[in-house]
Design a protein around this ligand. Structure first.
Ligand code: ZN
Length: 508
């Protein structure tokens, strides 16, 4: 069996290397590549994607996995070897459904569409994106068609990133959450708005970047095994467990933009950097799902990075960097400013309370598109109408409306946005469990010490990489399946205090 396991590992390593090389091309495309490189880069990424796909669906790999079935069954389910065989088989079976020509076309189209979006968004030009998005929708439906027997056309797309989740399950979670969120938003928005003028002075990009770097070093982000660069739409990417990169963007008139996107992407990177090093080069060297990944980023961005404790330690440092802007602004004013709840246009800038309404809206529009109930041509207007309905305001243009998020313009329609809200829910559930196990975490955070929390997360989540499904991981780490209660309790407690709501909206 040793020979077969070794043969499996060497095949998986080749696949990993091809995909890592492609990820590096993608990172370059989003950071330093001059615009003139776009057409050839799209072709190069498609070629590599196609070769990787051929390896992933090689019938030899399938035979090897069949041969290893009996061996896998005598191993403990949670052993590294059984998990590797199990996850490799799951990947193989999913990939084998998808023809190579489709993968090539998808990569090529994705790169072309992304390049067009980087120009179309600032130009507020949805018309240019319309035919490209039409094609993306065709490809998205086509992807689903490779998995006949699904209950909803979006299910195969969701399965790619949040295994075990379906439209039915997500709709149930979202509607329960929505019922509690809408009155909370109303209660808060009927209070006087927090004053966040202090965040909208002039902040030099260099000083913002330096402060962000210092903050994420304290979190434990290892710059020996990572780096940070600028991009249009921040992301984290990984070429090996020793090279986990993050990107960010800054606005000189908005301190929150660069700071919180830095904390967010560092949260993703902390997950990857703390995966068991023995998993290097295998399919276990990644996150459990997009929801669990997003739970890490949202935890470090919000539950830690927007907490009063964090700023008790960090605010004097920030004031020292920006004495002219913040010297006379109290911690209380600053804390209220970074937690201002408002019905705003941009998802990535949204506060913790309204954020999930942005996600739910995208999720519903995606379903309408995939079900054929909504045409691409009508999407900008559908966006405006739904936005008005949910947020009471109408986006002034498509740039801050339907064009704002890269997702539909770079890959597929469907299967991504749900991960953000699942991530919020999971972040609170994990944080609650971490606090129960290590009650000193809040005191540590207020001293600028994050090791206790990071080590708890590493032990219960990060080190396992992709070994377990979201459900398995949550049961192991928190003793419970995914539930909305910890998140609601967290929101009600924090915002109940901030906005003196006297707990009018409870978590029950
Ligand atoms: Zn994220």
């Amino acid at each position: 069996m040793d020979t077969k396991v070794r043969a499996l590992k060497s095949r998986l390593l080749e696949i990993n290397d091809l995909e890592s090389a492609n990820a590096l091309l993608g990172w370059d495309q989003s950071t330093y590549m001059p615009p003139g490189g776009a057409p050839a880069r799209a072709r190069q990424m498609a070629t590599l994607g196609k070769i990787a796909h051929e390896r992933k669906t090689d019938p030899e790999l399938g035979r090897l996995l069949d041969d290893l079935k009996a061996y896998e069954q005598i191993l403990a389910y949670d052993s590294d070897e059984a998990s590797l065989i199990r996850v490799a088989r799951r990947d193989y079976e999913r990939e084998a459904h998808v023809p190579a020509a489709f993968v090539e076309q998808l990569h090529h189209h994705g790169a072309t569409s992304y390049a067009a979006w980087t120009r179309a968004r600032p130009a507020n030009d949805f018309a240019t994106m319309e035919p490209l998005l039409e094609q993306t929708l065709v490809l998205s439906r086509q992807y689903a068609s490779f998995f006949p027997g699904y209950e909803h056309v979006a299910d195969p797309l969701i399965e790619r990133s949040d295994e075990g989740m379906t439209v039915t399950k997500i709709k149930a979670l979202f509607s329960a959450l929505r019922q509690k969120l809408v009155p909370l938003v109303q209660a808060i928005c009927s209070q006087p708005a927090a004053d966040d003028a202090c965040l909208h002075q002039t902040y030099s990009e260099e000083a913002q970047a330096a402060f962000g770097v210092a903050a994420i070093k304290r979190y434990g982000y290892d710059f020996e095994r990572g780096r940070q660069d600028k991009t249009h739409h921040p992301f984290m990417t990984k070429f090996s467990l020793g090279d986990v990169r993050i990107t960010t963007r800054f606005k000189t008139n908005d301190l929150g933009e660069g700071l919180f996107s830095t904390l967010h992407e560092a949260g993703h990177a902390l997950y990857e950097q703390n995966i068991d090093q023995n998993f290097e080069g295998t399919p276990l060297a990644g996150g459990a799902s997009s929801g669990v990944h997003e739970s890490s980023s949202r935890l470090w961005e919000n539950l830690v990075g927007r907490s009063l404790g964090f700023w008790e330690h960090a605010y004097p440092k920030l004031q020292a960097v920006f004495p002219a802007q913040l010297g006379a602004v109290s911690l209380d004013t600053f804390y209220r400013a970074i937690n201002k709840v408002q019905r705003s246009l941009i998802r990535t800038d949204a506060d913790e309370v309204t954020y999930n309404l942005h996600v739910m809206m995208r999720f519903d529009l995606e379903l309408d598109l995939l079900e054929g109930k909504l045409a691409i041509n009508d999407l900008p207007e559908a966006w405006r109408q739904r936005f008005k309905q949910d947020f009471g305001i109408t986006p002034p243009d498509d740039r801050d409306g339907v064009l704002q998020d890269v997702h539909w313009y770079a890959f597929l329609v469907g299967g991504v946005f749900q991960g953000y809200t699942l991530g919020n829910l999971i972040s609170a559930q994990l944080f609650e469990a971490a606090l129960a196990a290590r009650p000193e975490v809040p005191t540590d955070i207020a001293r600028g010490q994050f090791d206790t929390l990071r080590l708890w997360l590493s032990e219960h989540v990060y080190r396992h990489g992709h070994k377990f499904t979201t459900g398995e991981l949550l049961e192991r780490a928190t003793g419970k399946p995914l539930t909305i209660e910890p998140y609601l309790t967290y929101l009600n407690k924090k915002y109940g205090t901030l906005y003196a709501l006297e707990l009018r909206v409870d978590a029950e």
